[in-house]
Design a binder for this molecule. Structure first.
Ligand code: NAP
Length: 420
């Protein structure tokens, strides 16, 4: 294991795959875990998360050996590039890692490093749980009804990044091909045009949907909802839905039933141990999560829908400051908060580290450290319930104490010590 500019910790053991498996981890009690702080507020929330996760590991008889990796601004300083091969290789080698946000310029400049990392590592499922924690202010009257987990496809749809810029020869060639050879004449207005193509494949859709159904079965969830815009985009979004039903009907036997079967053959009576697969059109779904929140459970959807959906869900239970996420491939994962680099708050020791801390909780769950994962969640919830919060929650609470990022992390560590 040798890298160009990474300091590998002297102590600690690598997480590996269990012999004979392709996705089961062998996790030592002293793992080496790579961490990328990221851009903007990443340098505020990254160290805060390290402190909390270390405390939870120690309280459950383990030790984390952190290995700093670089991407974005920190990589440009050291490697003169945005996403060095060192970083990608080190995550591949160590299987489980955590990162903060990375800045992506809008309109021009380099393409998203987050997208590049997820694609290079084939982290095909972006998983975003949204659940309510006591004491968190919410814009809705019954936020505790929200307990959903979104499985968002992470390698295709708009993330495939197939676009041609207005004014280029390439876009004119694509326009001519679409109009003259594919029969789509009279569709594109005259004048400058940018064109994008979104691929949705059977392979990409089915492996994502399988992962969502497996999760629902393993965690006793009632339903998996396929969210799509198939009424308009029949051969991409509509096809995603159809492939979803194919997986449900062909691969799971009695463990999974469709909503049609539920009503046509069982009069709405759901068998105790079965998961129901249904589908909703995306615009309807965005209102259903407000009007019928408790009826939704696990969601499987394509990239763009998943981005909108998970932020909308997150808004109901406290906003981006507390919304965690993680990217999963086969036998590897990269935890990361949903929020971005919020550059206006960079270096102010101000923003909420809960989102990255709870992303770390997902990492612990994946490593099989469920006791440490529960401890992290309980300590965060206890801290917020005590009215000890960062600015984003404090502005919507009466009688709460506004803490800095680092002070909040210390308060969570104190609660870890009290609860363990
Ligand atoms: P953003 O960085 O998520 O920030 C949007 C707003 O969300 C902030 O102004 C703040 O709202 C709130 N917020 C975000 N993180 C918070 C935290 N930890 N604690 C409390 N509040 C928080 O979104 P953006 O401004 O659209 O994007 C900025 C950059 O991040 C862009 O370059 C974008 O491409 C990138 N980005 C990266 C990722 C990633 O790395 N995975 C994800 C999304 C965006 P208030 O000001 O209202 O308090």
């Amino acid at each position: 294991m040798s890298y160009d500019k990474i300091d590998v910790p002297e102590d600690g053991t690598k997480i590996t795959l269990k012999a004979g498996t392709e996705d089961e981890l062998e996790v030592p009690d002293d793992p080496i875990i790579p961490i990328i702080y990221g851009d903007g507020v990443g340098t505020d929330v990254g160290p805060a998360a390290q402190q909390v996760l270390e405390a939870a590991a120690e309280a459950t008889g383990r030790e984390i050996n952190w290995m700093r990796l670089f991407a974005g601004e920190s990589a440009r300083e050291r490697y003169d590039e945005n996403l060095p091969e060192d970083t990608v290789q080190a995550i591949k080698d160590h299987r489980v890692a955590i990162k903060g946000p990375l800045t992506t310029p809008v309109g021009a400049g380099f393409r998203s490093l987050n997208v590049a990392l997820r694609k290079k590592l084939d982290l095909y499922a972006n998983v975003r749980p949204t659940y309510y924690m006591d004491g968190v202010p919410s814009p809705v009257s019954e936020p505790e009804q929200m307990d959903m987990i979104t499985f968002r496809e992470n390698t295709e749809d708009v993330y495939a990044g197939i676009e041609w810029e207005a004014g280029t020869d390439e876009v004119e060639q694509v326009k001519t091909f679409v109009e003259d050879e594919m029969g789509a004449d009279d569709v594109i207005h005259d004048g400058p045009v940018g064109i994008g193509v979104k691929p949705i494949t059977e392979f990409g859709s089915k492996r994502l949907i399988r992962r969502a159904i497996d999760y629902a079965l393993e965690h006793d969830r009632d339903s998996v909802t396929l969210v799509h815009k198939g009424n308009i985009m029949k051969f991409t979004e509509g096809q995603f839905r159809d492939w979803g039903y194919e997986v449900a009907e062909e691969e799971y036997g009695d463990e999974v039933i469709t909503e049609d079967t539920l009503w046509e053959e069982r009069d709405g009576e759901q068998p105790d141990d079965a998961v129901v697969v249904n589908d909703r059109i995306a615009d309807n779904m965005l209102q259903q999560i407000l009007t019928r929140t408790d009826q939704y459970d696990v969601v499987a959807t394509m990239n763009l829908n998943g981005d909108y959906m998970s932020d909308a869900c997150g808004a109901q239970i406290g906003g981006l400051g507390i919304a965690p996420g993680a990217n999963f491939g086969d036998g590897r994962m990269l935890a990361e908060p949903v929020h971005g680099s919020a550059p206006k708050y960079e270096g102010q020791d101000k923003v909420n580290p809960t989102a990255i801390i709870l992303s770390g909780r997902m990492m612990f769950e994946y490593m099989g450290w469920t006791d440490a994962a529960d401890l992290v969640r309980n300590a965060v919830e206890e801290t917020i319930s005590q009215g000890l919060v960062t600015y984003d929650l404090e502005r919507n609470l009466e009688d709460a104490e506004k803490l800095a990022t680092s002070e909040f992390a210390e308060a969570v560590v104190d609660n870890i010590e009290t609860l363990s």
